[in-house]
Ligand binder design. Structure first.
Ligand code: B12
Ligand code: SF4
Length: 437
């Protein structure tokens, strides 16, 4: 008999969460090769197109991003000092119970994890599954399972897949998909789909000291062009309008897949909006690359800049220097990108970045006429900068990796808020200056 597999993308417990093109790409990728051998069903708490989520207004911005359904929750005791509301984001908890009641028990449940500090949502799902279907085998995979395998193991799952390779899952299921064949991510698990995510590459060749991907991720490799095109065709056939790239280093070695992929999109006259919420490397945004990106339909360009401080970059991996950002911005604007679509990420609350330097960096980015997004530092265990934070926080409790909590603890609530206010004020000036008419 075909096994019955449930895929779950859990709710989020956090101070804030926004649908910045969030999709459980890893989980759908693991499920794709299983689907010919099993009956697979998805419960995505973060699906904003679910009818129960339709009460949230406005439903989406022009690029398909939007707010999740949410409810206030009591703050965890260690966040008692942070005067912000703690929320649960996603479809209401009783809906999952109703869903489980309406379906015969599943043989296996695969749960996606992403941010380490989002584990309370994973714990909620495990608790509800165990209560209703005690015999369902529960499997965790994704980033939290890899970065905090011991903690993930304490939540009560039967298996924690703590490496990118899903082989232990295949052993559990006794299903061994043919790895030499292309299997698309299981987007068919959604009834409705307007936004989606893709990857053209895996890994990153740099090694920034604050980042997991560079330190522990797989070596950089471009995916086969025909697989990337097949992923895209499938999404376009589903009517998807906005696609976010989840690559760590999308622009690295661009001739291997990025440029051929863009030429295919342009030559085929495909119409889709592409986005890069996971930072781009400024050094690779040449006039040629910028021209191809704009022609292929890229609408938002998030560039990893972090700081103007050369000392910061020297000590953390030398990802970028100011003149590379300037040149990237010039190339994008010359190619016809809208300046409101260009944003530089700056790191907030990193122990090596001082506040005066951050304020200077914010003004510098503002003078380039583009937007600022503050990227709150999350100390990740197993990275040099994360490990250095053990002197301030207990990293064995993943809630302490929270991107709001760490900068608040490190800088103080008032100071970190002042910086965020300054960011909003500077961004308003970009928006006003670039408003048509
Ligand atoms: C895309 C991405 C995002 C997206 C959203 C992704 C999402 N769905 O939520 C955006 C851009 C919004 C984002 C935001 C942030 N991110 Co981010 N992000 C990533 C990135 C680059 C890829 C994650 C991903 O989905 N990959 C695609 C899939 C295919 O890969 P995967 O999930 O690893 O899946 C593989 C396996 O794990 C396995 N698998 C996956 N799921 C499952 C499930 C089962 C059951 C099984 C068996 C296997 C399995 O299969 C896949 C094939 O190998 C990672 C870095 C990385 N390379 O992992 C950082 C990363 C997860 N992000 C990180 C950070 C720091 C952030 C931010 C805090 C940055 C900031 N300061 O604003 C924010 C947080 C947002 C918030 N609200 O709190 C950190 C993690 C921090 C933490 N403590 O957990 C990472 C690791 C980057 C880093 N710095 O090292 N991020
Ligand atoms: S360039 Fe980006 S993905 Fe690569 S190691 Fe640095 S922060 Fe991580």
């Amino acid at each position: 008999m075909r096994p019955r597999i449930l895929l779950v993308n859990p709710p989020i417990y956090d101070f804030s969460a926004y649908d910045f093109w969030l999709k459980p790409l890893g989980l759908l990728g693991v499920a794709g090769p299983l689907s010919p051998h099993a009956d697979v069903t998805l419960f995505d708490y973060l699906d904003r197109l679910h009818p129960a989520a339709a009460t949230v207004k406005p439903s989406a911005d022009r690029w398909g991003r939007g707010h999740f359904l949410s409810q206030k929750m009591p703050r965890p005791p260690q966040f008692a000092h942070i005067p912000r509301i703690w929320r649960r984001f996603g479809l209401p908890r009783p809906m999952f119970e109703d869903f489980l009641r309406a379906n015969p028990p599943f043989d296996v449940a695969l749960i996606q994890t992403v941010m380490t500090y989002w584990y309370p949502g994973v714990a909620e799902v495990i608790e509800d599954l165990r209560r209703r279907n005690p015999n369902t085998q529960i499997v965790l995979g994704g980033f939290y399972a890899q970065a905090c395998p011991e903690h993930a193991g304490s939540l009560g799952a039967d298996l924690v897949v703590s490496a990118p390779d899903p082989a232990p899952l295949y052993d559990t299921l006794r299903i061994y998909p043919d790895q030499t064949v292309y299997h698309p991510p299981l987007w068919s698990a959604y009834d409705r789909l307007e936004t989606a995510a893709m990857k053209l590459t895996v890994g990153c060749p740099l090694k920034c000291t604050y980042c997991w991907a560079g330190q522990h991720g797989p070596p950089f490799v471009a995916r086969p062009l025909e697989h990337c095109i097949a992923d895209l065709d499938l999404l376009l056939a589903r009517g998807v309008r906005d696609i976010a790239f989840y690559d760590d280093a999308l622009l690295c070695r661009p001739d291997e897949v990025f440029v051929p992929f863009l030429r295919h999109v342009i030559d085929s006259g495909l119409r889709v909006n592409f986005h890069t919420p996971n930072a781009l490397h400024a050094r690779y945004i040449t006039p040629e690359i910028a021209g191809l990106m704009v022609a292929a339909g890229f609408k938002t360009f998030y560039i990893g800049f972090e700081s103007t401080s050369e000392d910061f970059h020297k000590k953390t991996g030398a990802k970028v220097v100011s003149r590379q950002l300037e040149s990237a911005v010039r190339s994008l604007l010359d190619a016809g990108a809208h300046r409101r679509g260009i944003t530089a990420y700056l790191i907030l609350g990193h122990p090596r970045s001082d506040l005066d330097q951050l304020v200077e960096s914010m003004h510098y980015v503002n003078k380039l006429g583009i937007c600022i997004a503050l990227s709150d530092f999350s100390p990740i265990p197993g990275t040099p900068d994360g490990e250095a934070c053990r002197r301030w926080v207990d990293l064995d409790e993943p809630l302490n990796h929270n991107k709001t909590a760490f900068p608040t603890a490190f800088l103080g609530f008032e100071r970190s808020n002042q910086i965020k206010d300054l960011g909003r004020q500077l961004n308003r000036s970009v928006k006003t200056a670039s408003d048509p008419g």
